[in-house]
Design a protein. Structure first.
Length: 438
């Protein structure tokens, strides 16, 4: 209650201090992320920077929580839109981005006047503890603005059921969303869901080949394929298919796979044995329908589950391609016409991220138009992963429809109030209704 009473710019000042504290402890928090999530240290540093950037964004936002003023049809009346805090926000985060997704939610929720209950992944609870410690270091009076609840599915379900939770924000698999969204809906609560992605890219004949290879390699192999925005399906125009495949195989073969703490490593290990088993099962399932499979084998590095990212050349879009496997598997297919590639891209249940590589204006505009990508994120001449905080992040269909991070995503953390102000002496009614004293 005390927090929501603070003027928004004062709340913004606390978020600014949080960002400064994160800057001084960036290396420490990044090392914790790499230790628990196993992503390479460069990506962990980038993740902490993302939270810092969100702090900067939210600090500025604290002076821009605008509401519209609308003209009234009644004499001496004014209509005004006012945005108020929701209350308590629950934030369930996944292992692969253990602090960035929290930062998206916390910075916006807090500057809008809300408190947050954070349930981190059981794999990355140390990241949550350290982040909370950093927040506590910048405030004496508002340490309880962040409360951490630990545990697995039961803890998440408890938060979904809790009627005191005004907004239930969850990042994870589509299966998780299907389980928890009905629980929140039963109590007519609000959900903000950012779920799975089965992302695709299209490479057109006019594309810059070298740029495309670099972007595809990072999008498909970065974070060992353990991003919701990881590139999983690639459609290449048949006229450049053979040339591009050769370049991609070379690029994948040249990836430096190893200790995620080593600065030269580009790909670290999978999270655990189950992730490795899931990858191998999917590759085995593809063998009967694939033309060729390049990579996918486990590498003898320490005791971790290091794998060589796989390229799977397919004849047709199979059921295996409809399922997101959280591992570095890139399915590749040729296409003849752009409309065909767009239809294939949109054929899956998820709708998170997509991209097209082209130097043809008509092709890029078609891709971004109403008959193009059906995803929440659509990129031209960049990969599917690596979104900036300035845009609203999220996707459509089974991805959940939620939006986090930048743009006007802050509105999800507030309730809209429409106020009518009568500063006259009469009481005219809207739509010309007459109700005079008889």
């Amino acid at each position: 209650m005390a927090w929501r009473k603070l003027p928004a710019p004062v709340r913004g000042e606390y978020i600014r201090r949080f960002g400064e504290a994160l800057r001084t402890r960036k290396a420490e928090l990044a090392e914790k992320i790499t230790l628990e999530a196993k992503k390479i240290i460069s990506e962990s540093q980038g993740e902490v920077q993302e939270v810092i950037d969100m702090c900067d964004f939210a600090t500025g936002l604290s002076r821009q929580l605008y509401g519209l003023t609308m003209p009234s049809e009644r004499l001496n009346h004014r209509l005004q839109e006012i945005w108020q805090p929701l209350g308590v926000v629950a934030c369930v985060t996944a292992f692969n981005f253990p602090v960035a997704v929290f930062g998206w939610n916390f910075c916006l929720a807090a500057v809008c006047g809300n408190s947050i209950i954070w349930k981190p992944s059981p794999h990355t609870e140390g990241c949550a503890d350290l982040t909370k410690e950093i927040w506590d270091s910048v405030t004496e009076d508002h340490k309880d603005l962040i409360l951490i609840v630990k545990g697995g599915n039961e803890s998440a379900n408890d938060l979904a059921q809790n009627e005191k939770i005004s907004l239930f924000s969850a990042t994870g698999s589509c299966e998780m969303g299907r389980c928890l969204a009905p629980v929140v809906a039963t109590r007519l609560g609000r959900s903000l869901l950012e779920l799975g992605g089965n992302n695709a890219a299209i490479v057109c004949p006019s594309a810059d080949m070298d740029l495309a290879v670099k972007a595809i390699t990072f999008s498909a192999a970065g974070t060992a394929g353990q991003r919701c925005t990881t590139l999983r399906r690639l459609f290449i125009h048949q006229s450049i298919y053979n040339e591009l495949i050769k370049k991609l195989i070379i690029s994948f073969d040249n990836l430096i796979i190893g200790d995620p703490f080593h600065p030269s490593s580009q790909v670290g290990p999978l999270l655990n044995e189950q992730s490795y088993v899931n990858m191998q099962n999917r590759l085995e399932s593809c063998r009967s329908s694939a033309i060729r499979i390049h990579g996918g084998e486990r590498l003898d590095i320490d005791n971790g589950f290091y794998v060589k990212p796989a390229i799977v050349e397919m004849k047709t879009h199979t059921n295996d391609m409809n399922t997101e496997t959280f591992a570095p598997i890139l399915y590749v297919m040729p296409y003849q016409h752009l409309s065909q590639a767009i239809d294939l891209q949109n054929s899956v249940q998820q709708g998170l991220s997509s991209s097209i590589f082209t130097n043809n204006l008509k092709e890029s505009e078609l891709f971004l138009g109403p008959e193009g990508s059906d995803c929440g994120i659509a990129n031209v001449n960049i990969g599917t992963s690596g979104a900036e905080i300035g845009g609203a992040f999220g996707g459509e269909k089974d991805t959940g429809g939620g939006r986090e991070s930048g743009s006007d995503a802050w509105k999800s953390y507030m309730r809209r109030m429409t106020a009518t102000l009568n500063y006259g002496s009469d009481l005219p009614l809207a739509q010309g209704v007459e109700f005079d004293d008889k």
